[in-house]
Design a protein around this ligand. Structure first.
Ligand SMILES: C[S@@+](CC[C@H](N)C(=O)[O-])C[C@H]1O[C@@H](n2cnc3c(N)ncnc32)[C@H](O)[C@@H]1O
Length: 239
């Protein structure tokens, strides 16, 4: 049977809780790309998973709601909140519709490594636009589309360990065959231009597009990351 998010939820929660350097890095680069100080702001964290980014936002002083369709991950986020209260609240909801979130109700939206799990990017961005107050922001990260494209692999060469880029133009659903990859649950590959065109096409103003170099901690955990950005970070606002 193929993996899905319900199937890998316990594994994923344990991975993040276990102190995964990649997930700490992913959280830190997203928080660094926030275009404003979030103290006292209402921030929605889409695809919050077990809550690592929601807790980070709450730690910066935001009023946070985290939503995710994977019930088991929401339960983990709630359990973490009960153990160490930050003020973040969590709900089961799908990023493509955000049915539980009223129009014009938040100052900012974050989505850490979740937009690539949503089949309909335009629907997700329209939902973000609907719930944002005027001037609100959207910051999201995705696995770097160039180096995490379908059929990309790590290979040994005489010059060292390298990423051999696979099918960059093969947009759509794909599954990693690696038993320890998050993307074995299935995710949607899109080119960088698809992401940027969608964001601009829906009227967002692009504030920054970053490709942060892996931290020392990430390079120690995953030496094949040396010299390559693991994630793409897009920061935009809506007037
Ligand atoms: C790689 S995890 C990231 C979780 C969390 N943001 C983090 O940084 O650890 C991807 C998340 O996307 C969620 N997801 C899957 N389908 C989704 C959808 N349609 N809308 C929103 N989130 C979705 C999964 O349940 C999972 O929590």
């Amino acid at each position: 049977m193929e993996d899905d998010w319900d199937g890998i939820a316990e594994w994923y929660a344990e991975l993040v809780r276990g102190g995964s350097a990649m997930h700490r890095f992913s959280r830190d680069i997203l928080l660094k790309a926030l275009p404003v100080n979030v103290i006292g702001l209402d921030v929605l964290d889409v695809g919050c998973g077990e809550g690592i980014v929601s807790r980070g936002l709450a730690g910066l002083g935001a009023r946070v709601v985290g939503v995710d369709p994977t019930r088991a991950l929401v339960a983990h986020a709630e359990a973490a909140e009960r153990a160490n209260p930050t003020g973040a609240v969590y709900r089961v909801d799908d990023g493509s519709s955000l049915q539980t979130v009223p129009d014009d109700s938040v100052d900012g939206v974050t989505a850490a490594l979740s937009m690539n799990n949503i089949a309909d990017l335009d629907a997700a961005l329209k939902s973000v636009r609907r719930v944002l107050r005027p001037g609100g922001f959207l910051v999201f990260t995705v696995p770097h589309p160039c180096f995490e494209a379908p059929a990309t692999e790590t290979i040994s060469t005489p010059g060292g360990v390298r990423r051999a880029v696979g099918d960059y133009f093969a947009e759509g659903l794909w599954r990693s065959t690696h038993p320890h990859s998050v993307r074995r649950a299935g995710n949607y590959h899109r080119t960088i231009s698809t992401y940027v065109t969608a964001v601009l096409g829906l009227g967002f103003v692009l504030r920054s597009l970053d490709e942060p170099a892996p931290s020392d901690e990430v390079r120690a955990e995953a030496p094949h990351r040396l010299g390559l950005p693991p994630f793409l970070v897009i920061s935009a606002t809506f007037q």
